[in-house]
Structures are given as structure tokens and as C-alpha cells.
Design a protein. Structure first.
Length: 484
């Protein structure tokens, strides 16, 4: 079991690094955006990214999940047929939607971006189509176990986005348009660079209507589930725009980005997790392994939550030359970070319970649980935002992810029961609560925060959290680090 978990850890580190690189660009650009744009202007940028994130899920319509599901175990000829069929489908649907959005850009921009910005929506239409196409070769690299190439392309994405933003936003002062043009040029370049990967794997392949129907039977339930997931993560911006103002949207989005550092870790883990459990399959020993993996993952995420709780205020005030990481106008946004980050720990608990849904080909349960979460999230936002503003929106997100995790657990008790290590999971939750309580009564000096940072892992060890074999591994790791 330990060897298999070690293999998953290596895959997670590699694919996670690639995913984090791809998403890290949005965090690296925060010092630029929060110092160059007012909260209202950043609200427009946030709504643009919100819409693109939502439509990316719609335009994948579950076909990406289905392609991975069948591509991993398929032989070479079957892989060609699967990829050729799926890629043509993506070309037709993404180009068709881009054309539609371009034609209605004048009317739609007022609704989607909070102002009359038809030029911005034209950029967004093209970006969406290109992003769908270059996501396919990245999925292939994950399916084929090629993490280094995966990381390389994501690194190119980061370098291109950063360079173009600095050029267009800082040097040429193009504002929001510079942000979108940077995205367009980066996505277009990546489509061209990764196209040979797709061409090589589809050469001689045929489009099969039967294959497309097979893919859609498994993948289509992921469309509503994906829509529901994006509603959970993104609807709060539009509700805030309606019930508050664009400045609140900008501040909330800035704080949410920091909370999403936890999401980067969770999604990085998922990059290795899904191919891993698809290959491992079912069996009593496998379920015990999935239980142990859940314990390890939630332990690590708990530690990162402690780091965010204690150090996020120092992070946003950190100076980079003449500016701080966040402009002073955005410093108050950090109060929502612990709630958002905790919500993504609950999302990790949800994701850890997905092997049964995939292995039993019962993807409808994902749609059901995420639909439940989305409805709850929207309802909670409508209730809480008028009273608590951005903090209410963050609480709604956290609560929704928690109840989603509970719901999939109840479903899995019949579908795919796993005996989780509840005693150890309770200790994780207990030490997180202790650190949180102490953080509210301390003086928030560096020494106090360092002590609380160490308290979480040391508290777990002192209360017998680690099993003897795990303790030996930890001692061995520290021995290597300190040369003993």
C-alpha cells in the first residue's frame, strides 16, 4: 500500500506542479492588478474570468471526463478513434459558441461584464474557443503519464501570460483590454504549439458516431455537474454585483483568489488522483488504500489552512520593490480567506470519495450532489449577503462544499463503502479548531504565529496521530534533511 501511495504522491507532485503553474499566473498577476486597477475595474476583470470559467465547463460538456475515462485503458486504435471523435466535437461546439457570442456581444456585455464592453466580449469569445482546444493535449499528457511535458507547456503559459501582461497593461497602459489581449495571444500560441500532439494521435483515426454516443452517455451527466460546480464558485460574484456594487465584487474576488491557493493544491492532487484510481480499480485492499490516502491528503491540507490563517495578512502587505503584494485598498479582503480555504478542504473531502462514482460509471450522482450544492450556495448567498456582504458569500461557499461532501458520503455507503479513519480525521479537525481559537486571542506577532504554525503538526504527533511505520518514515525524512 505504501508503495502505491508513494507512486500517487510522485504523480501528484508532478501533475500538481503543472496545474499550479497554469493557475499560478493569476496569483502572480495580483500585485499588478491590485495596484494598477481600482476595485471597480478589477471587478470587471473578475466578471470576465468568472464568465470564462463558467463557459469553459459548459463547452467541455463532460466530454473531457469521458475521454479520460475511456482513453486510459484503451488500446492504440481505440485511442485514435476516441480522440478523433472527441476533438472534432470540441472544434464544432467551441467555434459555434464563439461565433454566437461575437454576434451578440453588444447586448451581452452589459449583462455579463456590468457595463457596455462589446470589444471585451469579442476577446472572450476567441479566448474560450482556443482554451478548449489546447486543453485536449493537456488531458492527453495526463492520460499517458507524461508529467514533464505537461509541466513544460504550463510553464510556457505562465511565462507568456506574465510577459504579455507586463507589456500591455504596464508599458502600454491598455487596462482591462490589455489583460484580455494577453490571454488571447497566450491561448493562441499554446494551440499552435500543442497541435502536433493531437495531429500525431489522430492521424489515420476515424470519426465514429457510435463512439461519440458512448462518450456522451458517460460524460453528459458531468455537464450539469460542472455547471453546478461553477455556479457554486462563481455565482456569488454576480449576486454581489446585484445586491452590493462592483467595488465589493473586486474586493471579494481579491480575497477569494487567496483562498483559492487551497484550491490549487486540491486540483493539483486531482490531476494525479483520477488517473490513479481509474488504474487501481476496486477491491478491499484498494478501498483501504483510498481511506489512508484521504487521511494523508486532509492532514496536509489542514496544515496549509493553518498557514493561510496565520500568515495571509502578512503576505498581502509584503513589499515587492515600491509596491505591496496587494494594494492597500485590498487589504481588508483577507478576512474571507479562512472560510474560502476551508471550503476547498471540504471539496477535497468530496473529491476523495469519487472513485466509486467513476468505477461504477454512476456519474449521475456527481450531477445530483453538485446540483444540491449549487442550489444551497445560491440560496445561502441570497440570504447572507444582505446582512454580511462578502463574508456572507464566503460562508455560503464553505457551507455548500461541506454539505456536498456529506451527501456523497451518504451515497457511497451503498454504492462504494470505504472505512475511513475517523479517529485520525477527528484529530485533524480538533487541532485545526485549537489553532483557530488561539489565533483569535493571541497578539499576532511573528513569534506567536510561528508557535501556532508548529502547534498543528507537533500536536498531531504528540497525541499519537502517526502510526509506528509512519513515524519511522517521518524520522527518516528529517534525518535526510538534517544530514543524520
Amino acid at each position: 500500500m505504501f508503495d502505491r501511495i508513494k507512486a500517487l504522491s510522485q504523480q501528484t507532485l508532478l501533475y500538481g506542479a503543472g496545474h499550479i503553474l497554469a493557475r499560478m499566473v493569476t496569483f502572480l498577476l495580483l500585485p499588478l492588478y491590485t495596484n494598477a486597477f481600482s476595485p471597480a475595474e478589477y471587478g470587471v476583470v473578475s466578471l470576465a474570468y468568472t464568465f470564462m470559467g463558467f463557459m469553459s465547463v459548459v463547452l467541455h460538456y463532460g466530454l473531457d471526463a469521458a475521454l479520460m475515462r475511456y482513453y486510459v485503458p484503451a488500446d492504440q486504435s481505440e485511442r485514435k478513434r476516441l480522440l478523433t471523435t472527441a476533438y472534432l466535437s470540441f472544434i464544432i461546439t467551441s467555434a459555434g459558441f464563439a461565433l454566437f457570442l461575437f454576434l451578440v456581444r453588444g447586448v451581452a456585455s452589459d449583462l455579463l461584464l456590468g457595463g457596455h464592453y462589446p470589444r471585451y466580449l469579442a476577446y472572450i469569445a476567441a479566448i474560450l474557443a482556443l482554451d478548449i482546444l489546447w486543453s485536449v493535449p493537456m488531458l492527453l499528457l495526463r492520460s499517458e503519464g507524461r508529467p514533464l511535458t505537461f509541466i513544460l507547456f504550463n510553464l510556457l503559459n505562465v511565462i507568456s501570460s506574465l510577459s504579455l501582461n507586463l507589456l500591455l497593461v504596464v508599458k502600454y497602459q491598455m487596462g482591462v483590454e490589455g489583460v484580455l489581449l494577453s490571454n488571447l495571444l497566450t491561448s493562441g500560441g499554446l494551440v499552435l504549439i500543442t497541435a502536433p500532439l493531437v495531429v500525431k494521435r489522430t492521424r489515420g483515426g476515424v470519426v465514429s458516431w457510435a463512439t461519440w454516443k458512448r462518450l456522451m452517455r458517460f460524460g453528459l451527466p458531468f455537464l450539469p455537474s460542472g455547471v453546478f460546480a461553477m455556479l457554486m464558485e462563481l455565482a456569488d460574484r454576480y449576486i454581489l454585483k446585484t445586491l452590493a456594487d462592483m467595488e465589493t465584487v473586486g474586493l471579494y474576488s481579491a480575497g477569494y483568489k487567496l483562498g483559492m491557493l487551497m484550491m490549487l493544491l486540491v486540483m493539483g492532487f486531482n490531476m494525479g488522483w483520477q488517473p490513479f484510481f481509474l488504474k487501481e480499480g476496486d477491491g478491499e485492499e484498494k478501498r483501504q488504500m483510498y481511506s489512508r490516502i484521504a487521511t494523508y491528503v486532509l492532514t496536509v491540507l489542514g496544515f496549509f489552512w493553518v498557514l493561510l490563517l496565520l500568515w495571509v495578512d502578512s503576505l498581502v502587505r509584503l513589499r515587492i520593490g515600491p509596491v505591496t503584494v496587494y494594494g492597500p485598498e485590498y487589504w481588508s479582503s483577507t478576512r474571507i480567506v479562512p472560510l474560502i480555504a476551508l471550503g476547498y478542504i471540504f471539496f477535497a473531502a468530496y473529491s476523495l470519495q469519487l472513485p466509486g462514482v467513476f468505477l461504477r460509471e454512476q456519474s449521475r450522482w456527481i450531477a445530483l450532489t453538485r446540483g444540491f450544492g449549487a442550489a444551497l450556495n445560491i440560496g445561502a448567498n441570497l440570504i447572507l449577503i444582505p446582512y454580511f456582504g462578502a463574508l456572507g458569500a464566503a460562508a455560503a461557499t464553505c457551507l455548500s462544499f461541506f454539505l456536498m461532501a456529506v451527501m456523497i458520503y451518504v451515497i457511497n455507503r451503498n454504492l462504494f463503502p470505504v472505512s475511513y479513519e475517523w479517529t485520525r480525521l477527528t484529530r485533524i479537525a480538533g487541532w485545526i479548531l485549537i489553532v483557530y481559537f488561539l489565533s483569535t486571542v493571541g497578539d499576532h506577532t511573528w513569534g506567536w504565529n510561528l508557535g501556532l504554525t508548529a502547534l498543528y503538526p507537533l500536536g498531531l504527533i504528540a497525541t499519537g496521530f502517526l502510526k509506528p511505520g509512519e513515524l519511522r518514515v517521518v524520522k527518516s525524512m528529517f534525518g535526510k534533511i538534517f544530514g543524520r
